[in-house]
Write a protein that binds this ligand. Structure first.
Ligand SMILES: *Cc1c(COP(=O)(O)O)cnc(C)c1O
Length: 373
Protein backbone atom coordinates (compact mmCIF):
# COMPACT_ATOMS: atom_id res chain seq x y z
CA UNK A 1 0.00 0.00 0.00
CA UNK A 2 1.33 3.44 -0.90
CA UNK A 3 0.48 6.63 0.93
CA UNK A 4 1.69 10.20 0.67
CA UNK A 5 5.09 10.75 2.27
CA UNK A 6 3.58 12.79 5.08
CA UNK A 7 1.31 9.87 6.11
CA UNK A 8 2.98 8.13 9.03
CA UNK A 9 2.75 4.33 8.90
CA UNK A 10 0.90 2.92 11.81
CA UNK A 11 0.58 -0.44 13.52
CA UNK A 12 -2.94 -1.38 14.58
CA UNK A 13 -3.19 -4.73 16.40
CA UNK A 14 -6.41 -6.74 16.57
CA UNK A 15 -6.42 -6.19 20.35
CA UNK A 16 -4.01 -4.24 22.56
CA UNK A 17 -3.91 -5.74 26.03
CA UNK A 18 -0.96 -3.58 27.11
CA UNK A 19 -2.98 -0.40 26.60
CA UNK A 20 -5.65 -1.63 29.02
CA UNK A 21 -3.09 -2.93 31.51
CA UNK A 22 -1.38 0.46 31.74
CA UNK A 23 -4.74 1.95 32.73
CA UNK A 24 -5.38 -0.47 35.62
CA UNK A 25 -1.79 -1.37 36.47
CA UNK A 26 -1.59 0.39 39.87
CA UNK A 27 -4.88 -0.99 41.15
CA UNK A 28 -4.23 -4.50 39.82
CA UNK A 29 -0.72 -4.84 41.22
CA UNK A 30 -1.94 -3.59 44.60
CA UNK A 31 -4.86 -6.06 44.66
CA UNK A 32 -2.61 -8.98 43.70
CA UNK A 33 -0.21 -8.07 46.51
CA UNK A 34 -3.10 -8.05 48.97
CA UNK A 35 -4.07 -11.58 47.90
CA UNK A 36 -0.49 -12.80 48.38
CA UNK A 37 -0.25 -11.06 51.78
CA UNK A 38 -3.41 -12.85 52.93
CA UNK A 39 -2.31 -16.20 51.37
CA UNK A 40 -5.98 -16.98 50.97
CA UNK A 41 -5.73 -18.21 47.39
CA UNK A 42 -9.01 -20.07 46.74
CA UNK A 43 -12.68 -19.71 47.68
CA UNK A 44 -11.95 -16.58 49.71
CA UNK A 45 -13.22 -13.01 50.10
CA UNK A 46 -12.27 -11.85 46.59
CA UNK A 47 -14.28 -14.61 44.91
CA UNK A 48 -17.31 -14.11 47.14
CA UNK A 49 -17.29 -10.35 46.53
CA UNK A 50 -16.84 -10.80 42.78
CA UNK A 51 -19.71 -13.30 42.65
CA UNK A 52 -22.04 -10.80 44.32
CA UNK A 53 -20.88 -7.89 42.22
CA UNK A 54 -21.09 -9.76 38.92
CA UNK A 55 -24.55 -11.23 39.71
CA UNK A 56 -25.78 -7.70 40.46
CA UNK A 57 -24.14 -6.37 37.27
CA UNK A 58 -25.93 -9.00 35.16
CA UNK A 59 -29.23 -8.69 37.00
CA UNK A 60 -29.11 -12.34 38.06
CA UNK A 61 -29.84 -13.80 41.50
CA UNK A 62 -26.43 -15.41 41.89
CA UNK A 63 -23.09 -16.06 40.27
CA UNK A 64 -20.73 -19.00 40.73
CA UNK A 65 -17.09 -18.48 39.73
CA UNK A 66 -15.41 -21.39 37.92
CA UNK A 67 -12.09 -22.12 36.23
CA UNK A 68 -12.94 -21.03 32.66
CA UNK A 69 -15.80 -20.43 30.23
CA UNK A 70 -15.77 -23.97 28.87
CA UNK A 71 -16.24 -25.34 32.40
CA UNK A 72 -19.00 -22.77 32.98
CA UNK A 73 -20.96 -24.35 30.10
CA UNK A 74 -20.06 -27.91 31.12
CA UNK A 75 -21.02 -27.43 34.77
CA UNK A 76 -24.20 -25.53 33.83
CA UNK A 77 -25.30 -28.53 31.76
CA UNK A 78 -24.43 -30.93 34.59
CA UNK A 79 -26.20 -28.77 37.18
CA UNK A 80 -29.32 -28.90 34.99
CA UNK A 81 -29.07 -32.70 34.98
CA UNK A 82 -28.15 -33.01 31.32
CA UNK A 83 -25.96 -35.92 30.29
CA UNK A 84 -25.76 -39.18 28.40
CA UNK A 85 -28.49 -39.72 25.81
CA UNK A 86 -29.64 -36.09 25.88
CA UNK A 87 -29.57 -33.69 22.94
CA UNK A 88 -28.71 -30.01 23.20
CA UNK A 89 -29.57 -27.60 20.38
CA UNK A 90 -27.01 -24.91 19.57
CA UNK A 91 -25.18 -23.30 16.62
CA UNK A 92 -22.07 -24.37 14.70
CA UNK A 93 -20.96 -20.78 14.12
CA UNK A 94 -19.35 -20.22 17.54
CA UNK A 95 -16.13 -21.01 19.36
CA UNK A 96 -15.53 -24.78 19.53
CA UNK A 97 -16.00 -24.84 23.34
CA UNK A 98 -19.79 -24.40 23.05
CA UNK A 99 -20.14 -27.84 21.47
CA UNK A 100 -17.22 -29.30 23.40
CA UNK A 101 -18.96 -28.58 26.72
CA UNK A 102 -22.03 -30.49 25.52
CA UNK A 103 -19.84 -33.50 24.69
CA UNK A 104 -18.01 -33.15 28.05
CA UNK A 105 -21.39 -33.51 29.77
CA UNK A 106 -22.00 -36.73 27.79
CA UNK A 107 -24.76 -35.21 25.62
CA UNK A 108 -25.01 -34.70 21.84
CA UNK A 109 -24.92 -31.30 20.13
CA UNK A 110 -27.57 -30.64 17.48
CA UNK A 111 -26.88 -27.66 15.24
CA UNK A 112 -29.29 -25.13 13.76
CA UNK A 113 -28.25 -22.57 11.17
CA UNK A 114 -27.59 -18.88 11.87
CA UNK A 115 -29.53 -15.86 10.72
CA UNK A 116 -27.93 -14.48 7.53
CA UNK A 117 -27.98 -10.89 8.84
CA UNK A 118 -26.90 -11.14 12.48
CA UNK A 119 -24.96 -14.46 12.26
CA UNK A 120 -26.74 -15.45 15.51
CA UNK A 121 -28.87 -18.55 16.13
CA UNK A 122 -31.90 -18.56 13.81
CA UNK A 123 -34.44 -19.11 16.57
CA UNK A 124 -37.20 -19.97 14.07
CA UNK A 125 -35.33 -23.19 13.21
CA UNK A 126 -35.10 -24.56 16.75
CA UNK A 127 -38.51 -26.18 17.04
CA UNK A 128 -37.98 -28.30 13.89
CA UNK A 129 -34.81 -29.83 15.40
CA UNK A 130 -36.38 -30.96 18.68
CA UNK A 131 -36.72 -34.68 19.41
CA UNK A 132 -37.97 -36.51 22.51
CA UNK A 133 -34.32 -36.47 23.68
CA UNK A 134 -33.84 -32.69 23.47
CA UNK A 135 -33.29 -31.29 26.96
CA UNK A 136 -31.62 -27.92 26.48
CA UNK A 137 -30.81 -25.07 24.10
CA UNK A 138 -27.59 -23.05 24.14
CA UNK A 139 -28.05 -19.70 22.38
CA UNK A 140 -24.65 -18.05 21.78
CA UNK A 141 -24.54 -14.25 22.14
CA UNK A 142 -21.81 -14.09 19.53
CA UNK A 143 -19.55 -11.07 18.93
CA UNK A 144 -21.25 -9.11 21.77
CA UNK A 145 -24.87 -9.23 20.59
CA UNK A 146 -27.67 -11.18 22.28
CA UNK A 147 -29.81 -13.77 20.53
CA UNK A 148 -33.55 -13.05 20.07
CA UNK A 149 -34.36 -14.50 23.50
CA UNK A 150 -38.14 -13.98 23.93
CA UNK A 151 -39.25 -16.34 21.12
CA UNK A 152 -36.59 -18.82 22.24
CA UNK A 153 -37.83 -18.77 25.85
CA UNK A 154 -41.35 -19.39 24.47
CA UNK A 155 -40.20 -22.50 22.60
CA UNK A 156 -38.35 -23.64 25.75
CA UNK A 157 -41.45 -23.19 27.94
CA UNK A 158 -43.64 -25.12 25.53
CA UNK A 159 -41.18 -28.04 25.31
CA UNK A 160 -39.81 -27.96 28.85
CA UNK A 161 -36.23 -27.18 27.81
CA UNK A 162 -33.42 -25.64 29.85
CA UNK A 163 -31.95 -22.49 28.27
CA UNK A 164 -28.24 -21.96 28.89
CA UNK A 165 -26.93 -18.68 27.51
CA UNK A 166 -23.38 -18.80 26.15
CA UNK A 167 -22.54 -15.23 27.17
CA UNK A 168 -18.76 -15.68 26.87
CA UNK A 169 -18.64 -12.76 24.39
CA UNK A 170 -21.44 -10.67 25.89
CA UNK A 171 -20.52 -9.16 29.29
CA UNK A 172 -23.00 -6.29 29.66
CA UNK A 173 -24.86 -6.88 26.38
CA UNK A 174 -28.61 -6.27 26.59
CA UNK A 175 -31.83 -7.55 25.03
CA UNK A 176 -35.02 -5.55 25.69
CA UNK A 177 -33.35 -3.97 28.71
CA UNK A 178 -32.20 -7.28 30.21
CA UNK A 179 -28.55 -8.20 30.45
CA UNK A 180 -26.88 -11.35 29.15
CA UNK A 181 -26.88 -13.98 31.86
CA UNK A 182 -30.24 -12.93 33.31
CA UNK A 183 -32.69 -14.18 30.65
CA UNK A 184 -32.11 -17.94 30.35
CA UNK A 185 -32.12 -20.41 33.26
CA UNK A 186 -28.32 -20.25 33.37
CA UNK A 187 -25.77 -17.85 31.85
CA UNK A 188 -22.17 -18.81 31.13
CA UNK A 189 -19.29 -16.35 30.99
CA UNK A 190 -15.63 -16.61 30.06
CA UNK A 191 -13.03 -14.20 31.41
CA UNK A 192 -10.38 -15.35 28.93
CA UNK A 193 -7.86 -12.51 28.70
CA UNK A 194 -9.12 -11.02 25.43
CA UNK A 195 -12.84 -10.90 26.32
CA UNK A 196 -14.53 -7.57 27.14
CA UNK A 197 -14.03 -8.52 30.80
CA UNK A 198 -10.77 -10.48 30.88
CA UNK A 199 -8.75 -11.94 33.76
CA UNK A 200 -4.96 -12.37 33.85
CA UNK A 201 -5.25 -16.13 33.64
CA UNK A 202 -8.18 -18.50 33.17
CA UNK A 203 -11.60 -18.03 34.72
CA UNK A 204 -15.30 -18.15 34.05
CA UNK A 205 -18.65 -17.92 35.82
CA UNK A 206 -22.23 -19.15 35.72
CA UNK A 207 -25.15 -16.87 36.60
CA UNK A 208 -28.59 -18.08 37.59
CA UNK A 209 -31.60 -16.88 39.53
CA UNK A 210 -32.47 -20.42 40.64
CA UNK A 211 -30.98 -21.03 44.12
CA UNK A 212 -31.02 -24.82 43.65
CA UNK A 213 -28.99 -24.58 40.44
CA UNK A 214 -26.55 -22.19 42.16
CA UNK A 215 -26.13 -24.63 45.02
CA UNK A 216 -25.48 -27.54 42.61
CA UNK A 217 -22.90 -25.45 40.75
CA UNK A 218 -21.07 -24.70 44.01
CA UNK A 219 -20.91 -28.44 44.71
CA UNK A 220 -19.81 -29.39 41.21
CA UNK A 221 -16.94 -26.87 41.00
CA UNK A 222 -15.37 -28.08 44.26
CA UNK A 223 -15.25 -31.90 44.17
CA UNK A 224 -18.93 -32.30 45.03
CA UNK A 225 -18.25 -30.84 48.43
CA UNK A 226 -19.69 -28.07 50.61
CA UNK A 227 -17.76 -29.03 53.69
CA UNK A 228 -14.12 -30.05 53.52
CA UNK A 229 -13.58 -33.83 53.01
CA UNK A 230 -17.35 -34.35 52.91
CA UNK A 231 -18.36 -35.20 49.31
CA UNK A 232 -22.03 -35.26 48.34
CA UNK A 233 -21.24 -36.46 44.81
CA UNK A 234 -18.44 -36.92 42.29
CA UNK A 235 -17.74 -33.43 41.01
CA UNK A 236 -14.89 -31.52 39.41
CA UNK A 237 -11.98 -29.26 40.28
CA UNK A 238 -13.05 -25.99 38.67
CA UNK A 239 -12.59 -23.02 40.98
CA UNK A 240 -11.85 -19.40 40.11
CA UNK A 241 -8.76 -18.37 42.08
CA UNK A 242 -8.55 -15.29 44.31
CA UNK A 243 -6.06 -13.47 42.09
CA UNK A 244 -8.36 -13.67 39.07
CA UNK A 245 -11.34 -12.63 41.21
CA UNK A 246 -9.41 -9.62 42.54
CA UNK A 247 -8.41 -8.57 39.00
CA UNK A 248 -11.96 -9.01 37.70
CA UNK A 249 -13.44 -6.91 40.53
CA UNK A 250 -11.23 -4.00 39.46
CA UNK A 251 -11.96 -4.38 35.76
CA UNK A 252 -15.71 -4.80 36.33
CA UNK A 253 -15.83 -1.17 37.52
CA UNK A 254 -14.52 -0.09 34.09
CA UNK A 255 -16.58 -2.47 31.97
CA UNK A 256 -19.47 -0.13 31.07
CA UNK A 257 -17.06 2.65 30.14
CA UNK A 258 -15.00 0.26 27.99
CA UNK A 259 -18.14 -1.09 26.30
CA UNK A 260 -19.26 2.49 25.49
CA UNK A 261 -15.84 3.23 23.97
CA UNK A 262 -16.16 0.09 21.83
CA UNK A 263 -19.62 1.28 20.72
CA UNK A 264 -18.12 4.61 19.65
CA UNK A 265 -15.45 2.81 17.61
CA UNK A 266 -18.13 0.63 16.00
CA UNK A 267 -20.05 3.78 15.02
CA UNK A 268 -16.90 5.30 13.54
CA UNK A 269 -16.22 2.14 11.47
CA UNK A 270 -19.86 2.05 10.32
CA UNK A 271 -19.74 5.68 9.21
CA UNK A 272 -16.39 5.49 7.46
CA UNK A 273 -17.17 2.17 5.72
CA UNK A 274 -20.81 2.93 4.89
CA UNK A 275 -20.55 3.26 1.12
CA UNK A 276 -17.91 0.56 0.67
CA UNK A 277 -18.22 -2.99 -0.64
CA UNK A 278 -18.07 -4.74 2.75
CA UNK A 279 -21.09 -6.14 4.56
CA UNK A 280 -21.12 -4.34 7.91
CA UNK A 281 -22.34 -5.85 11.19
CA UNK A 282 -26.09 -5.82 11.70
CA UNK A 283 -27.42 -4.70 15.08
CA UNK A 284 -30.88 -6.18 15.62
CA UNK A 285 -33.62 -4.04 17.24
CA UNK A 286 -33.74 -3.64 21.03
CA UNK A 287 -30.16 -4.85 21.50
CA UNK A 288 -27.25 -3.22 23.25
CA UNK A 289 -24.26 -4.63 21.34
CA UNK A 290 -20.96 -4.59 23.26
CA UNK A 291 -18.65 -5.30 20.29
CA UNK A 292 -16.38 -8.07 21.52
CA UNK A 293 -15.28 -8.10 17.89
CA UNK A 294 -16.17 -5.90 14.90
CA UNK A 295 -16.90 -8.31 12.08
CA UNK A 296 -17.24 -7.34 8.42
CA UNK A 297 -17.95 -9.80 5.61
CA UNK A 298 -16.92 -10.13 1.98
CA UNK A 299 -16.45 -12.98 -0.50
CA UNK A 300 -12.93 -11.50 -0.99
CA UNK A 301 -12.09 -12.07 2.68
CA UNK A 302 -8.65 -13.65 2.23
CA UNK A 303 -7.51 -10.95 -0.23
CA UNK A 304 -8.65 -8.23 2.17
CA UNK A 305 -6.93 -9.93 5.06
CA UNK A 306 -3.59 -10.01 3.22
CA UNK A 307 -3.97 -6.39 2.22
CA UNK A 308 -4.55 -5.36 5.83
CA UNK A 309 -1.59 -7.44 7.00
CA UNK A 310 0.58 -5.52 4.48
CA UNK A 311 -0.61 -2.28 6.08
CA UNK A 312 0.32 -3.65 9.53
CA UNK A 313 -3.31 -4.02 10.59
CA UNK A 314 -4.13 -7.07 12.70
CA UNK A 315 -7.28 -9.02 11.82
CA UNK A 316 -8.92 -12.25 12.97
CA UNK A 317 -11.40 -14.78 11.64
CA UNK A 318 -14.14 -15.72 14.11
CA UNK A 319 -14.48 -18.55 13.06
CA UNK A 320 -13.01 -20.09 9.88
CA UNK A 321 -14.27 -23.69 10.18
CA UNK A 322 -17.81 -24.28 11.51
CA UNK A 323 -18.04 -26.88 14.26
CA UNK A 324 -20.19 -29.32 12.24
CA UNK A 325 -17.37 -29.57 9.67
CA UNK A 326 -14.49 -29.97 12.17
CA UNK A 327 -12.65 -33.31 12.13
CA UNK A 328 -13.75 -33.79 15.76
CA UNK A 329 -17.42 -33.68 14.69
CA UNK A 330 -17.21 -36.53 12.20
CA UNK A 331 -19.30 -38.90 14.28
CA UNK A 332 -22.11 -36.33 14.49
CA UNK A 333 -22.85 -37.05 10.84
CA UNK A 334 -23.05 -33.57 9.27
CA UNK A 335 -21.84 -32.84 5.74
CA UNK A 336 -21.01 -29.62 3.86
CA UNK A 337 -24.23 -27.96 2.75
CA UNK A 338 -26.19 -28.87 5.90
CA UNK A 339 -25.93 -25.34 7.36
CA UNK A 340 -25.63 -23.01 4.36
CA UNK A 341 -25.65 -19.65 6.20
CA UNK A 342 -23.12 -20.88 8.74
CA UNK A 343 -20.81 -22.14 5.99
CA UNK A 344 -21.01 -18.90 3.98
CA UNK A 345 -20.37 -16.77 7.09
CA UNK A 346 -17.30 -18.87 7.94
CA UNK A 347 -15.89 -18.17 4.45
CA UNK A 348 -16.60 -14.44 4.50
CA UNK A 349 -16.14 -12.96 7.99
CA UNK A 350 -13.17 -10.84 9.04
CA UNK A 351 -12.68 -9.20 12.44
CA UNK A 352 -11.16 -5.70 12.41
CA UNK A 353 -9.16 -4.19 15.30
CA UNK A 354 -11.46 -3.50 18.26
CA UNK A 355 -10.61 -2.55 21.84
CA UNK A 356 -11.57 0.34 24.11
CA UNK A 357 -8.24 2.16 23.76
CA UNK A 358 -8.33 2.20 19.93
CA UNK A 359 -7.54 5.76 18.74
CA UNK A 360 -9.42 7.65 15.98
CA UNK A 361 -6.29 7.86 13.80
CA UNK A 362 -5.89 4.09 14.08
CA UNK A 363 -9.47 3.58 12.87
CA UNK A 364 -8.76 5.95 9.98
CA UNK A 365 -5.65 3.95 9.11
CA UNK A 366 -7.64 0.70 9.05
CA UNK A 367 -10.30 2.27 6.83
CA UNK A 368 -7.69 3.75 4.50
CA UNK A 369 -6.04 0.35 4.19
CA UNK A 370 -9.41 -1.26 3.35
CA UNK A 371 -10.11 1.37 0.70
CA UNK A 372 -6.66 1.25 -0.92
CA UNK A 373 -6.34 -0.77 -4.12
C1 LIG B 1 -14.30 -17.76 24.81
C2 LIG B 1 -15.51 -18.55 24.54
C3 LIG B 1 -15.81 -19.75 25.23
C4 LIG B 1 -14.84 -20.47 26.13
O1 LIG B 1 -14.29 -19.76 27.15
P1 LIG B 1 -12.89 -20.23 27.83
O2 LIG B 1 -12.82 -19.35 29.03
O3 LIG B 1 -11.82 -19.95 26.84
O4 LIG B 1 -13.00 -21.65 28.17
C5 LIG B 1 -17.04 -20.34 25.01
N1 LIG B 1 -17.92 -19.85 24.12
C6 LIG B 1 -17.64 -18.73 23.41
C7 LIG B 1 -18.67 -18.22 22.44
C8 LIG B 1 -16.43 -18.07 23.57
O5 LIG B 1 -16.15 -16.99 22.83
Amino acid sequence: MRFGDNQRRMHVPLVDLQAQFQLVRGEVMHAIEDVFDSMHLFLGPQLHAFEEEFAAYCGAGSCVGVANGTDALHLALRAAGIGRGDEVVTVAHTFFATAEAIVMAGATPVFVDVDPETYLMDVSQVEARLTPRTRAVIPVHLYGQMVDMDPLMDVARRHNLVVIEDAAEAHGAEYRGRRAGSVGHLGCFSFYYSKNLGAYGESGAVTTSDPDLAQRLRLLRDHGSVERYQHEEFGFNSRMDEIQAAVLRIKLRYLDEWNIQRQQHAEAYAQLLADGPLRLPCVAPERNHIWYVYVVATPERDVLRRKLADADVGTGVHFPVPIHLQPASKSLGYVAGDLPNTERVAREVLSLPMYAELRPEQIEWVVKAIRST
